[in-house]
Ligand binder design. Sequence first.
Ligand SMILES: [Zn+2]
Ligand SMILES: [Zn+2]
Ligand SMILES: [Zn+2]
Ligand SMILES: [Zn+2]
Length: 294
Amino acid sequence: MAGFSDDRRNETSHKRRRTPASTNKSSGDTEGKNKRTATLMDLDVLDCSICFDTLTVPIFQCDNGHVACSTCCKKLKSKCGTCSLPTKSRNRAMERVLELLKVPCENAEFGCSESVSYAEMSRHLERCVFSQRPCPFSGCGCGFTGSYEDLVEHSVSKHDDTLYEFECGESVFIYPKVGERVVLKEKNTGEGGGVGRVLVVVECFETPQGRIFSASCVGPMFPGFMRLSYSFTLRSSSGDGLCFESSAKSVREVSGEPPSEHFMFVPSYMCPDYKLRICITWTNPFRSRRTTTS
Ligand SMILES: [Zn+2]
Ligand SMILES: [Zn+2]
Ligand SMILES: [Zn+2]
Ligand SMILES: [Zn+2]
């Protein structure tokens, strides 16, 4: 449903609202008889001191004990953001705390009733159907944020004019412009076919040497279940061609930044006069859901 999330938009600040976690266990705990439990009054202590995001394993620290998440460590080239000392050591004690701490899903207010290990929270949020996802259409400024289901409805009702449709295993010509996104929605082909609830976003970035194309899936993906694979086929006006295959990473929000891996690179001399096709397929080691089979 469109619109209703506009009220929520302001709540989705960089820093999420937290509920203090109680680690008290009920009597049903088998080995917990002699275990002591505790309540953590403020979950903010488990945030990275640099980006303020939730710390995830591995956790690094400098000699002064300032902790940093692995993303910040990489970004700052293992230099502490507070005191500039190298952040080379792991903080195993903190990592253990994260693993043992169970907290309610951050989407509890939207209906998720799961309790998740703190260390697993970000992984859970990626596939939690209650996670709030911003509208992936670029430049529309609609400001919509909603659950994945709402996002699919919103894409159809508000962005139908620019929304592409795809059928599993069939090629679609797309025309992504630099800095813009192409959003494709799986066609609802009925029985045994597409369920029409998958959104794939293709992004295009300009670099000095050429263009970068990548695709991601804005929605929950369940590990061990289905994988969304895609291929790009590009043919330039000079007759040269490129083919690229990868699987679409499941994201909550399209980052808008050039990816560091899993992208197709098109050298400048082939740009911008080319035709680009994308072919998206579901792959599953146990079962096939290709709509191309009758
Ligand atoms: Zn960080
Ligand atoms: Zn430091
Ligand atoms: Zn959840
Ligand atoms: Zn929108």
